[in-house]
Design a protein around this ligand. Structure first.
Ligand code: UT7
Length: 317
């Protein structure tokens, strides 16, 4: 090291300054999908709560959707893109290019001074990236961070796969994270179990394949556990929460977790999946943006391929 004691100005804490979402223009109802997989609107609603999802048109590529959400989040925070020091993109569906998505998103945003990288933790990607953004800001390595969860799941699913075709949707959600005098992004509780990665994987053609019931069983046990540990780490209890915003994987998983946590009627439970489907790493920020009138502490829990999970309590902007 050239300088043995480099100066770095860190911050006591960080916070989410704004949240925004991009939803593709085309809404696709259950009937359209059910016709291809010998299913029904009734079965899909009953098994996962989904009534419709958005599907990206050809001009709505992953980078375009991510930049649209990021740009809205920057405007909401009142931050000039040139003042952004890092752009993080959480995604599991960006493919076909040597470049990761983040440099392209940073370019589209006009974040010319920003470091840019993708973060791959599948449907746990958003809370993983949020923990990273928090650490970057507190260490002084970054000032303002744009964090986008973006997915074009249409590119990685088989429309004739009965186990996944009805579940996933496309879209992007973004937050801007910046310095704060107090810690408004709580300690992350995270982990992974690679020994079980086969239950949610890409096949040889790069198509997502899932052993749904096994993932469901794992999720209904891991989500309440990691949620409780995140509450403990933040030093609050479930009754202090204003909102519970888990990854929107299946409405039944959300309901099981909300019940296990004993959430009272005052806690807003995110149900964005009903009209948005499961949008992978985008689902948490999109669900957060769908609760615009809610402020105060929110518990976020991401989980999915890996198998990976991560949770933290944040103060909603
Ligand atoms: O986001 C990343 C993490 N992902 C998740 O957390 C997803 C977790 N898994 C799930 O959400 C659920 O497993 C699904 C929603 C994907 C599937 O629901 P399920 O209740 O686990 O269905 P299943 O695969 O156990 O199938 C139950 C029944 C079977 O029929 P029988 O054997 O009971 O007669 C299936 O053949 O439903 C049948 N089935 C279908 N019927 C109509 C399976 N898929 C379909 C379908 N339409 N698409």
């Amino acid at each position: 090291m050239v300088n043995p004691s480099p100066q770095r100005t860190g911050h006591v804490g960080s916070r989410i300054l704004s949240v925004a979402s991009y939803r593709p223009r085309t809404e696709v109802g259950n009937e359209t999908i059910a016709a291809l997989i010998d299913s029904s609107d009734e079965w899909i609603r009953r098994r996962c709560g989904i009534e419709s999802r958005r599907r990206a048109a050809p001009d709505e590529d992953l980078v375009t959707m991510a930049a649209a959400a990021g740009s809205k989040a920057l405007a909401g925070a009142g931050i000039d893109p040139r003042d952004v020091s890092a752009v993080l993109v959480a995604t599991m569906s960006h493919r076909g290019r040597a470049t990761t998505a983040a440099p392209l998103v940073a370019d589209a945003l006009g974040a010319t001074a920003a470091a840019a990288m993708d973060l791959g933790a599948a449907c746990a990607g958003f809370p993983y990236a949020l923990a990273t953004a928090d650490a970057l800001v507190r260490s002084g390595a970054a000032g303002y961070v744009v964090l986008v969860g973006a997915e074009r799941m249409t590119d990685i699913i088989d429309e004739r796969d009965r186990g996944t075709a009805f579940l996933f949707g496309d879209g992007a959600g973004a937050v801007v994270v910046g310095p704060a005098e107090t810690c408004e992004i709580g300690p992350v509780v995270w982990g992974a179990d690679g020994s079980r990665s086969e239950v949610l994987r890409y096949d040889e053609a790069g198509i997502l394949r899932m052993v749904g019931p096994e993932v469901f069983r794992w999720a209904t046990s891991v989500v309440p556990d990691v949620a409780r540990r995140a509450l403990d780490a933040a030093g609050i209890s479930a009754s202090d929460l204003a909102a519970f915003i888990p990854h929107q994987a299946n409405l039944r998983i959300t309901s099981v977790a909300a019940k296990a946590l004993g959430l009272g009627p005052h806690v807003r439970v995110a149900t964005d999946i009903i009209t948005n489907g499961n949008t992978g790493a985008a689902s948490i920020p999109q669900a957060m943006a769908a609760l615009p009138d809610t402020t105060g502490p929110a518990l976020l829990v991401g989980f999915g391929a890996g198998l990976s999970y991560a949770a933290q309590v944040v103060t909603l902007p």
